[in-house]
Ligand binder design. Structure first.
Ligand code: AMP
Length: 115
């Protein structure tokens, strides 16, 4: 059992968050330090710490996570102008919360490459 992170606490309603979407497989809430007009984090309810763990996760869980990310972006009305999905994995990517999460960023033109 890994240590409870801030996202475990949001999932279990122990600390507040601005929830924008929830279904059987994911919870989505606004990032507290938004990097774009729309910046939402999507976490699977079945906890994994990192993206790299998807390599051994049941394919149905992986599919549900990715499908739900697209659903959240659609729900937020981002599909017309576009958006970016970012998943930071580990130290060099500056993952700061050890609970897998996808960032959805949209609402402005995003530069490339990322820093
Ligand atoms: P990462 O660097 O990919 O691990 O992203 C973690 C993200 O979580 C950062 O963008 C933070 O701003 C965000 N964050 C940290 N604490 C909270 C919180 N309590 N509610 C919402 N977002 C948070």
């Amino acid at each position: 059992m890994t240590e409870a992170t801030i996202f475990d606490k949001i999932l279990h309603g122990e600390i507040p968050a601005q929830i924008v979407f929830e279904d059987d497989s994911v919870l989505a809430f606004r990032d507290v330090h938004p990097q774009a007009p729309t910046h939402v984090l999507v976490i699977p309810k079945k906890k994994l710490a990192r993206f790299s763990e998807l390599a051994t996760a049941p394919v149905a869980d992986v599919a549900a996570f990715f499908s739900s990310i697209a659903k959240v972006a659609n729900h937020l009305g981002l599909e017309k102008n576009g958006y970016r999905v970012v998943i930071n994995n580990g130290r060099d990517a500056q993952q700061s919360v050890e609970y897998i999460h996808a960032h959805i960023l949209g609402g402005r033109a995003l530069s490339w490459p990322p820093g």
